[in-house]
Ligand binder design. Structure first.
Ligand code: ADP
Ligand code: ZN
Length: 210
């Protein structure tokens, strides 16, 4: 099954992607993670993407489309895949169609903007292993230190409050129209994000089996 996860930044796409990945045994492809990895290793693509990402802007379509086109050719995608964070614009969705990629299901995780602002501006991530925390809702045992690997907890640059607001604006303008795009194809299921992750997960699994 080929699945797209839609939703605002911070809606919990990554968490639900991990659940589906386990449930269906298909890989998650996160453009955000691929770009961050390219940044860490200092590739040319990473350097090009950095300024956009830091300001909360979208990386140009042709860059992310190239990433996806290459990644989908990998053997591990032949039984299906989950796209997390792609497409984010109508031209990106059209590019998938042009590649001949058939999407079976699109799950849109809906969370109100106010909740997203609180979540993301309080989010911290482990510098070493990437595990996410929250300064109120998901504290580590020792402040500023990762429970798993004792790495330092840092705030992603694009999680600063002004950047979060910019990301939400872009989401509503550029990404939200994809709901109509896939709705018109009869592929869209909306999942209302719940306070408890397990509750959202139950709704996601139901949406997959529908
Ligand atoms: P979030 O969903 O929390 O915004 P991601 O890790 O998915 O985080 O993306 C982080 C950043 O990476 C985005 O703000 C954007 O700059 C870039 N990016 C990721 N995916 C795309 C995409 N499909 N199109 C354009 N830019 C993208
Ligand atoms: Zn860690």
């Amino acid at each position: 099954m080929n699945i797209i996860l839609l939703g605002a930044p911070g809606a919990g796409k990554g968490t639900q992607a991990a659940v589906i990945c386990e449930h269906l045994n298909i890989p998650t492809i996160s453009t955000g993670n691929i770009i961050r990895e390219a940044l860490r290793t200092g590739t040319e693509m990473g350097l090009k993407a950095k300024s956009y990402m830091d300001e909360g802007k979208l990386v140009p379509d042709e860059v992310v489309i190239g990433i996806i086109e290459e990644r989908l050719q990998n053997d591990d995608c032949k039984n299906g895949f989950i796209l997390d964070g792609f497409p984010r614009t109508i031209p990106q969705a059209e590019a998938l169609d042009k590649m001949g990629v058939v999407i079976d299901k699109v799950i849109d995780i809906e969370v109100p903007d106010e909740v997203i602002v609180t979540r993301l501006s309080g989010r911290r991530v482990c510098e070493k292993c990437g595990r996410p925390y929250h300064i109120v809702d998901l504290k580590p045992r020792v402040e500023g230190v990762c429970d798993d690997c004792t790495g330092a907890l840092i705030q992603r640059k694009d999680d600063h409050i002004d950047t979060v607001k910019a990301r939400l604006e872009i989401y509503h303008a550029e990404t939200e129209p994809l709901k109509d795009y896939y709705g018109a194809q009869g592929k869209l299921t909306i999942v209302e994000g719940q306070d408890k992750v397990e509750d959202t997960t139950a709704l996601t699994i139901k949406a997959l089996e529908a």
